[in-house]
Design a protein around this ligand. Sequence first.
Ligand code: XBP
Ligand code: MG
Length: 256
Amino acid sequence: MSTELKALLFDVDGTLADTERDGHRIAFNAAFEEFGIGWHWDVDLYGKLLAVTGGKERMKHYASAYLHNVNVPDDFDQLISELHAAKTRHYTTLLASGAIPLRPGIARLLKEARSEKLRLAIATTTTPDNVAALLDNTLGRSSLEWFDVIAAGDIVPAKKPASDIYDYALNEMQLAPEECLAFEDSHNGILSSMGAGIATIITVNDYTRDHDFNRALLVLDTLGEPDRPFTALRGTPDNHTYVNCALLRQLHKRHW
Ligand code: XBP
Ligand code: MG
C-alpha cells in the first residue's frame, strides 16, 4: 500500500528566504557594534560560521575557535544571551523594513498546498520571533496560522544537524515521516530532516551550493515560477519547470 503525501515541512533560513548574508549577518554585526565588543563578521567568515547552527551557539563557537576565548568575561553566557536578544531586535527590525523577500516559488507553493489540503509546518533553528517577523512581513500576519506547528529555536535541546526539531514537528502533527516532504537548503538541514526519516528537496543558495546533498530527492537552484523555470542540479523533475503539488506527489510516490 503506498503512503499518501499529507504534509510539507519547511526550513526557514536559506529556504523560505535568503536571510543569512544580508539579514542575520547584518543583525549580528549591529549587535556587536551596539555592545562595543569589536567583533565583525564579513561575508566569507560568516559562511564558515554557518557550519554551527543557532545564533548563540555560533557566537560561542566564534569566541572559542577564532578568539581562543581571550578576554571572555566570567559571565560569558549572560553576555551571549544579551547579544542575542539585541541581534534578534536588529533582525526583526530589518525584516519589518521589507529588506528580505521570500525566495521564488515559496508563496505560490504554500498557497497551492493549502488549497490542496496539504498540511504545513516549519522546522527551524532560528528564534520564533524571527519566523513570525518573516511571515508577517511577507505573507501577512494571518499566514502564521497556515502552519500546524512552527517548531523553532530552543524548543528542542539539540539544534540541526540533530533531527530533534523535525521529530518534534512530526510528533506535534501526529504524522509519520513517510507522509511528509521537507524543504531545506543546507547540509546541516538535510542531515536533520533525513535523520527524522523525511525525504527532502533542496534549494541551494550561494552559501550552500557546494554542500553534500547526495541523499536529496531533488536539488534545485530555486522552486521556480511558471515564468522563471528552476535549474535541476540533481534528480529528475520529469517535465516540470517549477515545483507544484503535482510534482511533489510524483516525487513522493516514486520514493516511497
Ligand atoms: C539557521 C541558523 C540560524 C540563524 C540565526 O539554520 O543557523 O541560527 O543563522 O538564528 P537553519 P538565531 O536554516 O538550518 O534552521 O540567531 O535566531 O539563532
Ligand atoms: Mg536553512
